[in-house]
Design a protein around this ligand. Structure first.
Ligand code: AMP
Length: 285
């Protein structure tokens, strides 16, 4: 049976024992309300590591809107049961007071990669992500940590933090898992109204159209981004936050012609629910 752990000292002891026995320790941080996207990360971690810890913690630092934090779904009991069934070795449910002692005032920030895309529309979001991931890395001290490609900018930012701060941790980014109709799985999908859920399938359809256009003929990046944004804006109830074509590493906006391997990244509101998605654009040559 895996341990359900709440104390920092307990998770440190557990992982120290594993490391002493030369086990490779994998770590999957999540905010819970687990779905097949999270499960794919856990399954992969179990395949390539000897021991796997999954954390479930809704990080208050990364929410730029109070209502978004308060409405974020929480299904702790189901999550724990699911993680037990999957066979993880440690389920870490941090206590708020252990992570944020009185007077907590330290932040981890980055001077590149955080101003564009989600960073532009959610001030402070990535600082909140980096701060909590840095804390969790220091607590769990895994050999490898697994993140989803659905949050590509987050993944790139964490890869950079890991390099910049010399964490001896390999960051693994894994593919986006989708519903059968193409919608990227997200804990927020369960907050969509039925009408918005139906319309939201248009996000992956729009991305598919952009991919097809690039595969078919050379495209100007800003023209293609605005055509895709126009398509998204026509979805019932949608408000486009951003739609951009970016170079794949630094995620800077591509200027001029789209190059093979560039990424299309979108964020769309349906009511108060903000959905993001992204995919590679591969040219025909
Ligand atoms: P979250 O609980 O939303 O913070 O996500 C925890 C981890 O699961 C992050 O690394 C996400 O990128 C990843 N994730 C979320 N949705 C998906 C998905 N549809 N496919 C793959 N990974 C995902």
């Amino acid at each position: 049976m895996p341990s359900v752990i709440r104390r920092v000292s307990d998770i440190r002891t557990l992982v120290a024992d594993w490391r002493g026995a030369r086990r490779v320790v994998g770590f999957v941080p999540t905010m819970g309300a687990l779905h097949e996207g999270h499960i794919s990360l856990v399954r992969h971690a179990l395949e390539v590591c000897d021991k796997v810890v999954v954390s479930v913690f809704v990080n208050p630092l990364q929410f730029d809107r109070k209502d978004d934090f308060e409405s974020y779904p929480s299904t702790e009991e189901e999550d724990v049961r699911l993680l037990m069934d999957l066979g993880v070795h440690g389920i870490y449910l941090p206590r708020h007071r252990d992570l944020f002692s009185a007077g907590f005032s330290t932040r981890v920030s980055q001077t590149s990669l955080t101003d564009q895309l989600c960073g532009a529309s959610r001030p402070g979001h990535f600082e909140g992500v980096l701060t909590i991931v840095c804390k969790l890395f220091n607590i769990v001290m895994p050999d490898r940590a697994f993140f989803g490609r659905k949050d590509l900018q987050q993944g790139r930012i964490i890869q950079k933090m890991t390099r910049d701060l010399n964490f001896p941790i390999e960051i693994v980014l894994l593919p986006t898992v989708r519903e059968s109709d193409g919608l990227a799985l997200s804990s927020r999908n369960r907050l969509l109204t039925p009408a918005h859920r139906e319309a939201a399938v248009g996000i992956s359809a729009a991305i598919g159209l952009a991919q097809a256009a690039v595969a078919d003929a050379p495209q100007d990046a800003s023209d293609l981004a605005s055509e895709t944004a126009d398509y998204l804006a026509c979805l019932d109830g949608a408000e486009v936050d951003y739609c951009q074509i970016c170079e794949p590493d630094g995620l800077e906006p591509r200027e001029g012609q789209v190059l093979s391997g560039d990424v299309i990244a979108v964020a769309v509101f349906f009511g108060a629910v903000r959905l993001i998605d992204n995919a590679d654009l591969l040219g025909s040559s």
